[in-house]
Design a protein around this ligand. Sequence first.
Ligand code: GDG
Length: 700
Amino acid sequence: MGGLATGLSSIEQKDKIIWIGWSGLAADELSREDKRQIETTLKRDYRSVPVELTTQDLKTFYYGFCNNVIWPLFHYFPSYAIYDNSLWESYRRVNSVYLEKVLEAAGPEDTIWIHDYQLMLLPALIREKLPEARIGFFLHIPFPSFEVFRLLPWRTEILTGLLGADLIGFHAYDYARHFISSVRRLLGVENNMGYVQHENRLTRVDVFPMGIDYKKYSGALSNSSVQRQMQSAARELKGFKVILSVDRLDYTKGIPERLRAYEQLLEDNPQYRGKVVLLLIAVPSRTKVHRYRALKGEVDELISTINGKYGTIGWVPIHYFYRGFPFERLSAFYGLADVLLVTPLRDGMNLVAKEFVATHKDSGGVLILSETAGSAREMGEALLINPNNSEEIASALKTALEMDAKEQIERNVVMNERLGRYDIGAWTKDFLNKLSQVREVQEGYQVKKLAGAVKDELIAAYRRSEKRLIILDYDGTLVPLRTKPREAAPDPELVDLLKGLAADPRNDVVVASGRRRRTMSSWFGSMDLSLIACHGAWLKPKGQKWQLIEALTNEWKEQLLPIFELFKDRTPGSTVEDKEYALAWHYRNAEPELASLRASEFKDILFSVTGDLNLDVLEGKNALEVKHANVSKARAISLWLSRETWQFILATGDDNNDEVLFTQLPDSAYSIKIGLDISEALYYLESPTQLRQLLNEIAK
Ligand code: GDG
């Protein structure tokens, strides 16, 4: 987290930052005195609070769930993941241990920024205790596609945990897209311009490609200590072309594949033997995990095979370091290298690639970069390769070794402009600014929420009025949306509520729906209500009979029905509803990605064929519907609006079809949207339950 500390050091109020994290030592192996001393030093010198993890936690949480489940799965190594419930329990427990430490340090006014895959439950845990806190989460590794993520037995808990945050950041657009798709498929929640609404909170999902400490790396070659290290390394490597490779020894980094590609280069191009060296720095990592030990064995063996096969007395093809180096020495290697070979099979970002290019701000040096690393999205001037294609890597190595100096510099200059602009300071500020903006958007919604004084005022207005019009949409407004529309019949509680409202002679209660007349009659016919069916084609003012809004024809259906049927067949799970004066295609039960693809295709077709037929295309929630252009809920309601002078008007609705109605109401009317969404309504309530509570209160 060195880079992150630098990023945060550039923000205002940096003195108020507190770090909370694991110290790297097992708490049960420390004496009480050691613990006390560590705690004091961390607090005094680093404004840090240690979280205590025991040897057992390290085994089951850190090596276990984090590095044997999440890490392999999120890097597309599903066969390496171990789905063991005791590891999950440990992950949950340790996230709660972090929660305790956060609660000791933070309050509702604070901003809490959580980092990485070890703490994906923490956002929701904190949200529960500190609902007002500003919570950001950043994932440093990839978020896998839904097909891979769904393999995780605890997938919904992880998503819900993350959605406790106000802002969730990823390195690359693809990761954000995968996350949104998993949220849609597993929680059934749609996103609107990157905002996800879950449990009546908005969470923003956005992309922040992490930058580096640009000044430090771009200025490294003028640092005298780096220069000294470079000279001494240059003496040892006496005139060889240097190919550099730097990473933690991790199976995601594609090290064996890289070695095989280098072998291929030597095999196919004998002219390079004795002329190039591969400087391979592999920093030891997670050595307690079996896969990492096995990888070490494989890498050691490959290196000795290649060195044995091609090496001569004066030339060792691969110089191998199984350790880390201080910054000065690492920068000297960056500066000295002719080529940096970065070939991860998957990598959230890969900062090494960026650091190398920054070090070569105005000098040559070629970057070969895997297209599956997050950084490839920003570094198109590098030689991009498929990490599984050793021929392609070998050929890129040849291109790099032969590239003329001018071209090398040109490529580096362009990449440096980008790296310099969006460095770690800019990244940090960007994330924190977006986090504040999310808060503003959420607060905007809070103003619109029908609560407190506005609600009291609405109730008072109702009580003092003698002529009241109450317009209630049905599905999604009075009852939650159901997978099977038939299951949404009014429950006894709703029947009582409507009867209660209808019993007051001062009220005209209109239940308006897109449903058929027959359904509306069977559900509500016995009550003293006004009804609107089929989106306004049929009206039934209270105490009267059903009437058609105007003479309507259905000839158009013959033309359109085959297209509806075609889309039904092409989208398993979807259905066609033939209404009296409308046709609807419902795709709520279809596979969501396919359905949304088909829906946009269908919409295009419908708009073009209905253009000269005086028909309207309605976009409902998981439905597309065609009806007469002259028929609408808004038009039907206008008959009620023009008939009387109402002293109190309340209109409610949950989807796009209700928006026109909201706009045509007089200024004094109360309009309420159900669900947190962009709307013309003056107010919103979160759910049908809340609307029912309100109606119960006014009817009292
Ligand atoms: C995770 C994600 C994402 C390496 N060797 C030495 C050394 N390093 C420093 C580098 C660089 C850092 O370690 C490695 O960062 P990477 O981004 O390359 O990779 P991960 O460790 O896997 O990091 C990754 C990153 O988080 C940030 O979000 O990019 O995708 O996996 O800064 O300079 N530093 C020193 N000596 C070494 O020998 N001093």
